[in-house]
Design a protein around this ligand. Sequence first.
Ligand SMILES: [Zn+2]
Length: 394
Amino acid sequence: MLTAVSAYFSARWPPQSRSGLEQQQLRLWGRLQSRFALSPALASYAKKPLAELPVISTAEFRDRFSDCTTQGLDAAVAADAALAAETDGREILPGGLSAGFSTGTGGGTRGLFVASPVERAIYGGRLAGKLFGPLELAGLTRIGVCLRAPNRLYEKRRVRFFGLADGDRDTAIAAWDPQVLIAPPQVLLELADAGRPLPALRRLFYGAETLNAAERRFITTRLGRRPDPIYQATEGFLGAPCEIGTLHLNEDALIVERAPLGGDRFQPIVTDLLRRTQLVVRLKLDDILRPKTCACGSPLMAVHPVEGRVQDIWRWGEQVVFPGDVEAAVATHIAPGHRWIAIGHSGGIAFACEQDADAPRLAGALAAFGRKLSREPYDRGLDFPKRRHVRWRP
Ligand SMILES: [Zn+2]
């Protein structure tokens, strides 16, 4: 309990200057390094500065699951525990460790995370600290969280989970009437589209997928609350919105280096300064980020919401098109909530949409990129569990 409370306060009130923040990072980095001896992947780097450590990709991080833990935990054993947590919530790992899967984007191995009871308390405290002020938190009795596969270990008295694929999902959410709802954009769009009233709603957060400007406005109008981004992945809790709604990276508990992608876009290389069971050190994520300025005055780096994955960037020789460019071109032409996908490939652009009337609009918007267009059938399975408007087909 004390751990969660202190995590809440330190997340709520991080250092107020860049130099204070960097001092805090340095202090936490020293403590993290003292754990390296326990991890086969990092044992030989215990005395090295951060810049001399290898940068690891998400694929390597998943492949070397066991080496990145400080308990020699076997990946298959952890995966079994993660599956159990999604079904009946049995804890079968030693030391009270719990495991879970990331949502994943279809294909490839799903990300697997493990956390100790202390880390779970820190996570919960930090999440609450980044999202809610003390008075607001005290008044919250119903927080709804929609996930692909709810991990029962995180279910609490005030927190209820809703499965993404549950047939009665929207009815169940509406019946519970949450004060806070955290859900992927596709769920928020469906709730907004159906015009389901959520009278108690005070705050709305989205994660896991992108939301374009037109969709954000639509949800704000229909549900009466602005959806604010949360940046959360298997790799940790990475960013949260300030009161203005701008996403700030959680640099009070992370070091985020930037791998340039062209223009001001970058891939974050993340070092988690608090995790002790599964060490996340110089992990290069597949997300595309862009810095922005924010008037709130926080020293934590402000970024636009994640615009997509590097694997989805379109490349034809010198011509590079980012997912955000495609969203911007299409957003005003397709009604929010209507389903569409645009797939770049070496021969041009394939697109799919659920409603025939959207096809000429989509084709018109995509013509801006000067490539040969073709239409393909749309299948809802393509957007489950994660919706991805923009993709690249290798
Ligand atoms: Zn801000």
